[in-house]
Design a binder for this molecule. Sequence first.
Ligand SMILES: Cc1cc2nc3c(=O)[nH]c(=O)nc-3n(C[C@H](O)[C@H](O)[C@H](O)COP(=O)(O)O)c2cc1C
Length: 411
Amino acid sequence: MNPFVPLTLPNGTQLPNRLAKAAMEENLADAEHAPSDELIRLYRTWAAGGVGLLITGNVMVDRRAMTGPGGVVIESARHRERFERWAQAAQADGGRIFMQLNHPGRQMPAALGQPTIAPSAVPLDLGNFSKQFAAPREMSEADIVDVKRRFVEAAVLAQSFGFDGVQIHAAHGYLFSQFLSPIANRRTDRWGGPVENRARLLLEVVAAVRAAVKPGFAVSVKLNSADFQRGGFSPEDAKAVVGMLNPLGVDLLELSGGSYEAPAMHGQTRDGRTLAREAYFLEFARDIGAVARMPVMVTGGVRRLAVAQQVLDSGVAMVGIATALALDPALPHAWRAGSASAPALRPVTLKNKVLASLAYMAMVKHQLRKLSRGQLPNPGVAPVYALLQQQIDTTVRNRRYRRWMRQVTSH
Ligand SMILES: Cc1cc2nc3c(=O)[nH]c(=O)nc-3n(C[C@H](O)[C@H](O)[C@H](O)COP(=O)(O)O)c2cc1C
């Protein structure tokens, strides 16, 4: 199917085509963790490239709980003007923008110096890298209520800033994904155990967000089709969760997979199971698509028009693209004009899976930084160079974040 056919979501939101820029954490917030001029320029560039839907990199609902330094935080209307400019930059060429909302749970770098909370006191297992993440404390009922309130307030704020929708991040091992995982969630109360309990927080948040926003404001969910860990969130669990999401008014369900412990979202799994080299999650999407009553979007590995078409031919409504759009923000226009462009990064050959995943992320973030400064991307960037550059950027931003936290808590 031609990706340049418009799509109308269940709530009436019209998307000009079937290609979406999937969420990519940019680490480009300003000193007060609001959208910076660089971040806004990056979205203007993507919008000009013809993508139909832009999903922001994850925005934090709690300044104390960050996936990394330099993340945008949404807690109040204090930086309204910056958020409005961000939305408008993305919408300037007819595309739509959803804000991805996230809470990292235990996947919060220890260097940020904040207490870490998670469904259970189960630390991340990243081998030699485990110390980069603090051991979490088990969330209380009050913590759970607070998280729910924050997601709802953030969605209402995003709506008031002119965004077209929100995406609730329930994939990749972050907080909701931790609740869904029998490995990370060992609770014996109504938030743990059977999949109905593990999914309860996500379902309650989705229902509360849908009830709080206008019908024309879209609500999307990003869910793992599987965690790719033995004993983890399984494809059967995913199907059950989609069944429970069906009646809640979700407008778009994005399917991905993996976590920091098993970074399948970049085509690698910890247990060595091989994934198809392109459109990694398509097989799962076919299965889950049979249950889903809302439009489904599949993300992971798409960089060729023929593959995007194949994804749509299988009955999937939208194709999510991250890496390839960081390498060529004008890819949709190029494809539409008949180009066979298939942007690719230099392959990462590092043996250690965690390090390889970090290098991959660093190489993509290198492109985001370049685009945000109005420069051309550099697909040939060396993994070690990108890692080093990312390390320096992270150290500087960590320091800035800690300083900011000291200031905001002191008045
Ligand atoms: C640098 C980078 C940052 C990412 N940040 C996010 C994020 O904030 N939220 C999210 O849901 N996925 C994030 N992802 C995952 C992508 O959305 C996508 O699922 C994954 O990269 C696979 O798609 P691709 O093969 O087209 O890159 C990120 C990926 C990269 C490379």
